[in-house]
Design a protein around this ligand. Structure first.
Ligand code: HAM
Length: 425
């Protein structure tokens, strides 16, 4: 085999079968659930004016400062590949004024120039939902419940839901000032990076995973203690609602997440079976100011994104191997005559709804049989010179060891009903 001249870029992956069947299963499971919760699929561009992300996720966020793929197109526009889905979806909402509450689900690649490692890629894929047009805490509960139901449908059970409230502008603003003062007093104890930038966006220090920053912020002032009455009540309703439907949550006062758009409820699902560097299965929260930030009318919003690659890693780490979709081949057609008979037979059977494969290139009977066996098909349909003469097809059950019992010959004109009957046995 010759070496490939080109490889997939660092931090990206090709997903081929049979692994891709798991992807199909994960996506189909999510689409079905999203439909049950009243969401419609939204497809939007993979690149946007860079301003959508600078304003949306915040210029000071790690992703915007260090990880975004920004480029100029031939028309001189400054564009960025989407590092996440929310800002783009809210941009689409502001542009199209759909009826609210707007419930959108999506599957998108997301691009971040990260240091590649297991579970952390430069192109990953997110399944997500966003709801715009209401700040009712019942929606926060529904959105979180959808994610939990999704994980369970995939067989994932070893995870925790971390939750916090970031408050709204006024109460968060007051907290940020207190935090800034506190960080100023402890500047020398922060990690190198945050010693330089703690003052411009103190909340980012809460998101830092380095032990030095964690130690300082754990001892410092905590966001939930500064919430105003409205935000406190909102948060209590969310936690109560989750409790009422049997979803346990762990209050995490330092959970501010990596983007500047979050307000009030923020949450993250962490797996107990992965390393802490990539144990987030998914996360999300409210962003009640984002639509305004992107030029729209004030509109509350909430959503989450989960990483498909992470889901599959966690599923494997939890030892779940059950297939998510039934993907079996029903029939394999073998034609040792001119192969024209196979062409019409395969077409008719696929038209009738069966999953059908066949052999090509005029191979011998023995070689076609080998391919049929390897295909995992339930039945082989054989057309040899005898069958062609008598206008019949031989059906062979590939799972039966008994050669005599395994074979029957049926008229070509009755093949669809004969096959259906055999498959139902
Ligand atoms: P995020 O936490 O940045 O949130 O990403 C969501 C999920 O995508 C993560 O929990 C993780 O499973 C996966 N993920 C993130 N980065 C990578 C990576 N480099 N490699 C592999 N998987 C990764 C968001 O993106 C928000 N838009 C979520 C949201 C929706 N908030 C409100 N609505």
């Amino acid at each position: 085999m010759s070496d490939a001249t080109f490889q997939a870029p660092v931090g990206t992956h090709d997903v081929l079968g049979p692994e891709s069947q798991l992807w199909e299963g994960v996506i189909a499971t999510f689409a079905q659930l999203a439909y049950r919760y009243g969401f419609s699929m939204v497809v939007s561009p993979l690149f946007e004016d860079v301003g959508v992300f600078h304003r949306g996720i915040g210029e000071a966020s790690d992703v915007a400062r260090k990880e975004m793929y920004v480029f100029e197109d031939r028309g001189g526009r400054r564009l960025a590949l989407r590092p996440e889905g929310t800002a783009s979806l809210v941009r689409a909402f502001v542009q199209h004024h759909p009826v609210t509450p707007w419930r959108a689900w999506y599957l998108t690649p997301a691009f971040r120039y990260e240091r590649p490692q297991a579970g952390r890629y430069r192109q990953h894929h997110q399944l997500g939902v966003e709801v715009l047009g209401s700040d009712d805490p019942a929606i926060d509960v529904e959105v979180i419940a959808l994610a939990v139901r999704f994980f369970r449908a995939l067989g994932i059970t070893k995870f925790r839901l971390l939750i916090n409230s970031m408050g709204h502008d006024a109460c968060r603003g007051a907290y940020v000032e207190v935090l800034r003062r506190y960080l100023g007093e402890h500047e020398g104890e922060l990690c190198d990076e945050h010693q330089k930038i703690w003052s411009s966006n103190p909340l980012r220090v809460l998101d830092c995973k380095k032990p030095s920053c964690v130690a300082v912020t754990t001892r410092g002032p905590q966001l939930p203690d500064y919430l105003c009455d409205d935000c406190r009540t909102h948060f209590a309703s969310v936690v109560r609602g989750l409790d009422a439907i049997g979803i346990a949550s762990v209050l995490s006062p330092r959970l501010v997440r990596g983007f500047d758009y979050y307000t009030r409820t923020t949450f993250e699902f962490v797996s107990d079976v992965l390393d802490s560097a990539q144990n987030a299965l998914g996360g999300g929260g409210r962003y009640d100011k984002l639509a305004e930030e992107l030029g729209g009318d004030p509109t509350s919003g909430i959503g989450f994104g989960v990483g498909v690659e992470r889901l599959l890693l966690v599923r494997a780490a939890e030892g779940v191997s059950a297939p998510l979709l039934k993907r079996t081949i029903d029939l394999f057609v073998i034609d040792t005559t001119t192969q024209d008979a196979a062409t019409t037979l395969v077409d008719e059977l696929r038209g009738a709804g069966f999953a059908v494969l066949r052999a090509y290139d005029q191979r011998s009977m023995k070689s076609q049989m080998k391919v049929a066996d390897r295909s995992g098909a339930r039945l082989a349909l054989l057309i040899g010179p005898q069958e062609l003469d008598s206008n019949e097809v031989t059906i062979r059950d590939l799972r039966s060891q008994d050669f005599e019992q395994a074979q029957t010959r049926v008229p070509r004109s009755a093949i669809v009903s004969a096959v259906a009957q055999q498959l139902s046995k």
